[in-house]
Design a protein. Structure first.
Length: 1315
């Protein structure tokens, strides 16, 4: 959104994703909101930004898409010249996508980038207009002119004397720009006008450049007060009134960006009755350069400060701007653009966060904070003395922070910023620092002596702290190794942390403090040209990401009139709706006025008896209509997808934090949530088991699980092995992080009929359980799903209890009920990918050929069965990966813990089994001293080999993928280059690794392998397809429409798929197991073939007839134009038989990484992926699945870490998930994908694609491990070591085993992990 006055007397409203918002109005003040749909829409045409994203496959589930469009639009709109590729990546840093892997989004937006500067010169633009260079009334910098909307060279802004950079309609008061005047879309007439169709075919909206009303821009600031029931908002227009207000309301919050206060109000339920916005106080928005430095008003936004500093850095002598450079560098990795654009300097300082990224810098740079209060005037406080406790600062209640004074640096004064976070982009620091030294030439030549030193750390105590011992160890000393050694020792005195300090990672944090100092030493030494170790100070550099995709083109149609649809890279059918924000998700459904909103009352304890439940206070909350619990369930309170071992509402005992105890319904979401908070629950706490190790110790298992895979004679083989290795491996869980949380709408009708609108992958299961809970027959409950904003397995079963909880009040009150979880609720209560632990014993000969393997796999199932049985089955069935293990025994154990039940997630246990196999094969290679790739090749399956569960390897393409990946990635040559790089860089190491994959396709529960479809043909020739699968971004509907179009021989535009609904296709299996395209494709084909057969005589009778004529002829002849298709996967046995899978899918990945061994910071330089997707129905969609799956897999193994309140993390509330939001749980961002991202699809095999590529992310894990091997070797510690997953910066850094780590961590440390 960008920001119009509402017409007088009208209610200012807006809709965001279908939700209606009433905007704050007071004395006519309102902000203009620029909406996505204002840019373009499906009926009138798309804006170029939307159009590129749609046609270039940049949207899958589409839930993130409007955000990307607006970020890109804002960048273009605010750029005076075309952005570079780097600018575009930076601008997208605060946007997350869980589906695409970002590559297609970047490719789409980079079409707006200035990649060919010659196209943007004045001459080029003039030439395009046929005028002499310089003759244009130059409006943009450097003679370049670019449309602020499309980013293309364009001179619309020159029309009617529009302001520089205003572009199409932007500044043209009469709207004459090409948006306003050219209703026919012809644009301004320039050959290169941005409004012309750009070759992609999709229509562009002719007037899609809404202008920012000039009258709003010109409006003078005036004071404003908006009273409300919960708070009064003041916006003073002068410094004096600000101070008066603050004196009158000492407890008032000053709010600029609201990025802190908003979070406190939303997540900590903080109430602030008076809020004062200093946004319109001129003095506090000034940046003033003085003789000695720069003064920045406390209400200046971070983006403005950054821009101003950049200007000063460019214009002032270099030695004066060292501190400003450090601030600018730090701000690059401070939050994302969206936050930096609104949040202010004062907010960051006064929050007093111990991990503020700027505070240590202000402290080290010698800045001063100026407080100001009515009657007491200005008071200057040194930044280093301002922070007095956890989120406490030296500010009196009547004072405000007025400004920050930053002195210029002097010659030979160095200032440097440091920050290490779990993810580089948009993440808060684990530890950060600011460091400054002033050096002077010593008595001896080439020796520099420290005159002044200041070192400040964040993230090591309850507040940002100075390191006085470090400073003392430096001052007066020469800048040399001895001084460094003494200063590093002093770090240990200054940075002291209790073993269980809040935030955890204690060894890492202390080690980081030392690493930063070391880096600073090298940084200054380099500037002074003393010392070496350049690699320690090498700044982070990342080139814009790019990718290549290969696939074999489909065959041309055999006969000219045949429609060739299957095999074509059609973009997602809903892409246009998604890019314009018109796509409707469940929570967007508009309901009748009597609809209610529900909020859940959940357990705050991991294990407890419920001793009391009192909703009387909740029922007093205005707006609350009712409270419902177990006693109100009209049917059966017991639920559970396979075992009915869950309750809709807990009756006597709770077994996980977040378990549902009751539901409050109200007329608004706020009232429902306030009501839910007011319900009093009494607990008698019981012992809780949170981890696999605790469960093993306590013998807490689901004893009904007896799954095992066995072949050969394991026990007899050990004696024949040259080597036997054993130990444990651990891999953590993973949050689905679908962008749309679980939600539903339940609508009651007459006679106890219900319609469910569900964000679920399994509408039939939801229908079944809602019917059972309400005690009504299934034929009276219809469950409908239009689309999901991502699912990844997390919406298969864990939405059931949510739907049932909403259905109960809908039943009693006979009113529609909507229930949408907040992100933190969803993450806490709906389960994740199971963490696994494996104990293993593997025997092999001296060549590295595996002879026997015995594994016990333990998964953290949580507090109910859910799908953990089948997930463990699949883990067992994938424990061989692509390796022939002649004697193997793998047993599974399901651990009963007090976590919310863990559940399905892309790969469904397969990735965990595969990962363990990769871990032991790597350990074999290290044991026998051979390259990993050689040992992998040696053990790889051949055609005809038999798996440990007895399935014969048919169409085994493991080696084909593997060889292709190694050759196309130039693996051997790059290994040498990596070795050379590592030899030349002590503190930077690269790693290169190749990993293969094999994934079995079919549900391992046999009866689920069935699919239905219903195809109707209408008399206008259009076709409506319904099948049992759910569209969740994976492009299933697009592919199914392609199958139908091809089978009926009609253009794709004739086919439509509206939704998935249990009244069209009953009893459908969940959309899962990567089998949906195969199964529903076959079912759709079956239905279409029946129709084609019925229509064949009419086609023959009407040789030149149109499809519509054929259809009408058949209709008049009373032919049934509707067909039901059905398919069962042939010849499969399910788990326990010798053919659990219809076929296997193969692939291989090669990744190269670079690791900063001092901090654990890493980036993926290149990944080459090969998948045998065969002859894809839609190669573009399949490539999207490969890229998205890979990035998600990589996230699981190297980035995403779940932290639970368990014994490893006693600083987290027992049983609570600490990482329950984007602030603490980090999925890959645009900056994390491989810089060079190559994908190849192998031809000629009909293969699935959803889950199989996920495991290729392992190549990044092993590449990182290779980099750590190189670091350890450089530290004199060669040989195997254990690295648990995820390989976060903490684990990577601590395992590098260099001398800096000696005081903090043993070389074989296994950092704490929730498992
Ligand atoms: C997604 C996200 C990412 C973030 N990433 C980072 C990050 O990487 N690094 C980092 O350091 N921080 C980060 N933050 C924290 C936050 O953005 C910053 O602290 C920001 O600068 C706060 O500014 P604001 O204007 O939004 O503060 P507000 O929320 O408006 O105010 C914050 C506090 O400061 C007080 N205050 C504000 N101005 C004054 C004043 N002049 N005088 C007295 N009191 C005042 C308010 O009363 C309030 O208590 C992040 C926040 C979010 C939501
Ligand atoms: S398309 Fe980005 S989250 Fe689904």
């Amino acid at each position: 959104m960008t920001a119009a006055d509402a017409p007088a007397g009208s209610e200012p409203i807006c809709y965001i994703n279908g939700k209606r918002y009433v905007l704050p109005s007071g004395r006519g003040e309102i902000t203009l909101l620029q909406f996505l749909r204002g840019l373009g829409n499906v009926r009138e045409g798309l804006h170029p930004v939307q159009q590129r994203l749609a046609v270039m496959h940049g949207s899958q589930c589409g839930f993130c898409t409007p955000g990307f469009v607006m970020s890109m639009y804002s960048l273009l709109r605010s750029s005076e010249e075309p952005p570079t590729e780097e600018d575009i990546e930076d601008a997208l840093g605060g946007n997350l996508c869980r589906c695409t892997g970002y590559r297609p989004i970047l490719d789409a937006f980079k079409t707006f980038a200035k990649t060919d500067p010659s196209a943007y010169t004045e001459e080029a633009i003039a030439a395009s207009k046929g005028v002499a260079p310089g003759a244009t009334n130059g409006t943009a910098a450097n003679g370049q002119r670019v449309c602020p909307s499309s980013g293309l060279p364009c001179d619309c802004s020159a029309k009617d004397g529009a302001a520089a950079g205003a572009g199409c309609g932007g500044g043209a008061a009469n709207g004459a720009g090409c948006g306003g005047g050219a209703a026919n879309g012809a644009g301004c007439g320039a050959a290169n006008c941005c409004k012309k169709a750009n070759g992609t075919g999709a229509p562009l909206k002719p007037s899609c450049e809404p202008i920012f009303p000039p009258e709003l821009k010109k409006r003078p600031a005036f004071a404003l007060t908006m009273p409300g029931p919960a708070l009064t908002w003041h916006r003073p227009a002068s410094l004096e009134s600000l101070l008066e207000l603050k004196a009158a309301h000492p407890a008032a919050k000053l709010v600029v960006g609201n990025t802190e206060v908003g979070i406190e109000m939303k997540f900590k339920n903080a109430a602030y009755p008076v809020v004062i916005a200093p946004t319109h106080v001129p003095e506090m928005n000034q940046i003033t350069v003085t003789e000695t430095g720069v003064e920045i008003g406390a209400a200046v936004t971070l983006t403005r400060m950054m821009k101003a500093f950049k200007g000063l850095i460019a214009s002032r002598p270099r030695h004066q701007v060292a501190a400003m450079e450090a601030v600018v560098n730090q701000l690059r990795w401070f939050a994302g653009n969206q936050i930096r654009n609104v949040s202010a300097l004062g907010g960051n300082i006064v929050t007093g966060s111990p991990i503020s990224d700027l505070n240590p810098l202000w402290m080290a740079a010698g800045a001063t904070f100026v407080a100001l209060g009515k009657g007491t005037g200005e008071r200057a406080v040194k930044a280093s003395e301002f922070f007095v406790g956890y989120r406490q600062v030296d500010l009196k209640p009547h004072e405000v922070l007025y400004k920050v004074v930053l002195p210029f640096t002097r010659p030979n004064e160095y200032v440097k910023e440091f920050k290490q976070s779990p993810r580089r982009e948009d993440d808060i620091a684990i530890v950060n620092a600011g460091m400054r030294v002033k050096l002077a030439p010593g008595a001896e030549e080439g020796v520099w002596v420290v005159e002044e030193a200041a070192v400040a750390y964040g993230g090591v105590a309850a507040r940002a702290v100075m390191a006085p011992s470090v400073a003392a160890a430096l001052v007066g000393k020469p800048w040399d190794q001895d001084t460094l050694k003494a200063a590093l020792e002093a770090v240990r005195q200054d940075v002291v942390m209790a073993e269980n300090a809040p935030g955890g990672k204690v060894e890492f944090r202390r080690a980081l403090a030392a690493s930063f100092l070391f880096k600073f030493f090298v940084h200054a030494a380099l500037a002074l040209e003393v010392g070496n170790y350049h690699s320690a100070a090498k700044p982070y550099e990342r080139h814009p990401a790019h990718g290549v995709q290969f696939w074999a083109p489909p065959e041309a149609p055999r006969v000219p009139e045949e429609v060739s649809v299957v095999g074509q890279p059609h973009h997602h059918m809903a892409a246009e709706l998604q890019v314009t924000g018109e796509a409707q998700y469940t929570d967007d459904i508009r309901l009748t006025g009597d609809a209610l909103v529900a909020a859940l009352v959940t357990s705050a304890k991991p294990h407890a008896r419920i001793t009391g439940l009192d909703a009387s206070a909740a029922l007093q909350v205005p707006g609350v209509v009712g409270f419902y619990s177990a006693k109100d369930v009209p049917g059966n309170n017991a639920i559970g997808p396979v075992w009915a071992d869950e309750e809709v509402f807990a009756t006597s005992e709770v077994t996980a934090v977040g378990q549902v105890i009751g539901v409050v319904v109200a007329t608004s979401e706020a009232a429902a949530r306030a009501g839910a908070r007011a319900v009093a629950v009494g607990y008698e706490e019981l012992p809780a088991i949170m981890s696999i190790e605790e469960a093993i110790e306590a013998g807490s298992f689901y004893d009904d699980y007896k799954g095992k895979v066995e072949c050969g004679d394991v026990d007899a083989t050990w004696a024949q092995c040259d080597h036997v290795i054993s130990g444990t491996y651990k891999v953590g869980g993973q949050e689905h992080f679908y962008l749309e949380p679980n939600n539903c709408v339940v609508i009651p009708h007459e006679n106890d009929e219900f319609t469910l609108y569900s964000s679920t992958q399994a509408p039939a299961k939801h229908q079944k359980f809602v019917a059972s809970v309400l005690g009504v027959p299934a034929h009276k409950v219809v469950s409908k799903t239009k689309r999901l904003g991502g699912g990844f397995g997390g919406k298969e079963t864990r939405g059931i209890f949510i739907h049932c909880a909403a259905a109960v009040p809908a039943y009693h009150l006979r009113r529609p009920v909507r229930l949408c979880l907040d992100r933190d609720e969803d993450m806490q209560m709906t389960g994740q990918r199971h963490a696994f632990l494996a104990t293993y014993k593997v025997g092999f000969n001296k060549d590295g050929r595996v002879l026997a393997a015995e594994l016990d796999l333990y998964n953290n199932a949580g507090n109910s069965h859910d799908l953990s049985h089948s997930i463990m089955d699949r883990a067992l069935l994938h424990s061989d990966c692509v390796y022939k293990v002649p004697n193997m025994r793998v047993r599974g154990h399901m651990c009963r813990t007090h976590q919310a039940s863990n559940t399905a997630f892309r790969g469904f246990g397969g990735p965990q089994g595969l990962m363990f196999a990769e871990l032991w094969i790597e350990q074999i290679a290290k044991t026998v001293g051979k390259p990993d790739a050689e040992v992998r090749t040696l053990n790889m399956y051949h055609e005809g080999d038999v798996t440990p569960f007895g399935q014969v390897m048919e169409h085994c393409r493991a080696r084909a993928c593997w060889e292709k990946a190694l050759s196309s990635s130039d693996f051997e040559a790059r290994q040498k280059a990596v070795a050379e790089f590592n030899a030349a860089n002590r503190w930077r190491k690269r790693g290169l690794a190749a990993t293969p994959t094999k994934f079995g396709i079919s549900f391992t529960t046999k009866f689920l392998n069935q699919a239905g479809a219903l195809v109707h043909v209408y008399l206008d020739g259009t076709v409506l397809v319904t099948h049992g699968g759910v569209e969740m971004g994976q492009g299933l509907h697009t592919k199914m429409a392609q199958v139908a179009a091809q089978a009926l021989n009609v253009p794709l535009s004739k086919v439509f798929i509206s939704e998935t609904s249990t009244d069209k296709v009953p009893n459908a299996s969940p959309t899962a197991a990567s089998a949906s395209s195969d199964m529903y494709g076959a079912a759709v084909l079956d239905a279409c073939r029946q129709l084609a057969e019925r229509l064949a005589p009419y086609r023959a009778k009407l040789p030149g007839g149109t499809w519509k004529e054929v259809v009408n002829a058949a209709y008049l002849d009373r032919v049934d134009l509707s067909a039901h298709g059905f398919y069962i996967t042939p010849d499969i046995t399910g788990f326990g038989g010798t053919r659990p899978f219809n076929y296997f899918c193969f692939g291989a990945g090669v990744s190269e990484v670079e690791l900063d061994t001092l901090t654990g910071d890493m980036q993926v330089l290149r990944s080459d992926l090969v998948m045998d997707v065969g002859n894809p129905i839609n190669p573009a969609i399949d490539i999207g699945q490969v890229e998205g799956g890979f990035v998600q897999g990589m996230g699981w193994l190297v980035l995403e870490e779940l932290m639970w309140g368990d014994k490893q993390h006693p600083w987290v509330r027992p049983g609570h998930l600490f990482t329950k939001g984007p602030g603490t749980y980090k999925i890959p961002s645009v900056n994390d994908i491989p810089v060079d991202f190559r994908v190849q699809l192998l031809a000629d095999a009909p293969n699935a694609v959803g889950e199989p590529p996920f495991h290729l992310g392992a190549s990044v894990f092993f590449a990182l491990k290779e980099a750590v091997y190189a670091a350890r070797a450089a530290s004199g510690r060669p040989g195997y070591f254990v690295l648990d997953a995820p390989a976060t910066p903490e684990r990577l850094r601590l395992l590098c085993a260099d001398e800096l780590l000696e005081p903090y961590a043993s070389p074989d440390i296994r950092p704490k992990i929730s498992c």
